[in-house]
Each structure stands twice: as C-alpha cells, then as structure tokens.
Design a protein around this ligand. Structure first.
Ligand SMILES: Nc1nc2c(ncn2[C@@H]2O[C@H](COP(=O)(O)OP(=O)(O)OP(=O)(O)O)[C@@H](O)[C@H]2O)c(=O)[nH]1
Ligand SMILES: [Zn+2]
Length: 201
C-alpha cells in the first residue's frame, strides 16, 4: 500500500508497543551492546514511551486546533504574529532531532484564533517525521485553509542534529525556511512588515 506523501491528518499505528520495544532491542544489539544488562533492561520500554510522546503528532489533525475562533475582534485588521515558538521535530532521513523555533503570523479577515492554538498547530506538525520545508508549508497551509485570513507567514529556523552531530558536522549551522501566502507574499508592505517583525525576534 503506497502511503500518501502529503498526508497530514491522523494516522493510526498498526504496530504494538511490544513490537517497538523488540525493534529497540535489535538496535541495541546491532550497536554492539547487551540489551539484557541491568542498565539497558528497561531502555526499550523507555525509548518506545519517549517516541510515543515525540511522535504524538500522528494521533491528531492539527487543523482541529484552529476551528475555535473568535469573530468579535473589534475590527482588528492588523498582523498577528507569534514569535519564538519552540520546535522539536525529527528529520525523516535520520530520525535525529531538529531543534529550533517558528514564527507564525497572519492577517485576519474577520476571525482570529486563540494564540495558543498557533503553537499547538506547530507542535502537531512537528511531532512527526519531517523535513523542515514540509513542516513550514503544512503550518502555513493549515492556517490558510481553516482561518481563511488575508495572508499567512511562517518562518522556521532550526538546527539539524544529523548535520551538526554527525555527517558533515557543521556545528552551529541553522536552516531557515519560510512559507508566505496571500497578501503576506504578494503585497510588498505586508511582507516587509511581517519579515521585519520576525527579524526582530
Ligand atoms: N532539504 C532538507 N534536507 C534535510 C532535512 N533534514 C535533513 N536533510 C538532509 O537530507 C539529506 C539526506 O542525504 P543522504 O545523502 O541520503 O544521507 P547521508 O548519507 O546520511 O548524508 P549526510 O548527512 O551528508 O552524511 C542530507 O543532506 C541531510 O542534510 C530537511 O529538513 N530538509
Ligand atoms: Zn537528517
């Protein structure tokens, strides 16, 4: 069965906790250690439990967080920008942590969302195996689809452990990605205003 590469809704796992633990035991042995020694005996269970938490994004559709909106905003029609949302995700190539921050903004039409929901959307898409470009686009597109604002801007800056701790070993390098939609992409003033706010993050 081919899986939809652009899938971003809920996905239920067919694998059990016991199978996940057995896989971790294999990795420990493969690395050269003894999964039965005292220090490692509970490790497969802990690893499976941490992965359950770190990959919790598959259990919910982040779009749902955006469905509770407030319409009474007193005619507020300026940019709303939430900066420095902590991002912890895992690169889909190496399953190693990608750690950074996201800046999310939108120009409302008549509906605004509770600000915590912007962070929940970021976390919902981040707690999956990702590439940063896709994560950035998914956050922006979910906000566009559900809130139908005049524009959306998402910037993600993150450090990829697969580059900084191994491989090319570029300690300290960060990757910046952005997805701009609507007037934040097309209108020079809105775009500058959003990017200016992000630059001062
Ligand atoms: N575009 C993009 N690339 C990523 C992301 N995370 C990791 N990568 C890259 O994915 C690539 C995978 O390349 P491969 O050559 O298949 O893997 P590799 O042999 O482990 O590569 P090295 O990391 O160069 O040792 C690497 O260049 C990673 O730096 C991401 O979020 N976006
Ligand atoms: Zn990687």
């Amino acid at each position: 069965m081919g899986l939809d590469n652009n899938f971003s809704g809920v996905r239920r796992s067919k694998r059990t906790q016991a199978e996940a633990e057995a896989a971790v035991r294999v990795l420990i042995e493969w690395a050269g250690d003894d999964p039965n020694r005292e220090g490692l005996i509970d490790t497969p269970e802990r690893v499976a439990r941490s992965y359950r938490e770190l990959f919790a994004g598959y259990a919910a559709d982040p779009r749902e967080y955006l469905k509770r909106t407030f319409e009474e905003v007193g005619g507020y029609d300026e940019l709303v920008v939430l900066k420095n949302i902590r991002v912890v995700t895992f690169c889909e190539h190496h399953m190693l942590p990608v750690i950074g921050r996201a800046h999310v903004g939108y120009l409302p039409t008549n509906r605004v969302v509770g600000i915590s929901k912007l962070a929940r959307v970021v976390h919902g898409f981040a707690r999956r195996l990702q590439i940063q470009e896709k994560l950035t686009a998914e956050i922006a597109e979910a906000i566009q689809e559900i809130l139908e604002p005049q524009g959306v801007g998402v910037v993600v800056e993150a450090e990829h452990s697969c580059m900084t701790l191994r491989g090319v070993n570029t300690l300290g390098s960060t990757l910046t990605t952005s997805r701009l939609l609507g007037v934040i992409r097309d209108d020079a003033r809105s775009r500058e205003e959003f990017l200016g706010m992000v630059r001062r993050a």
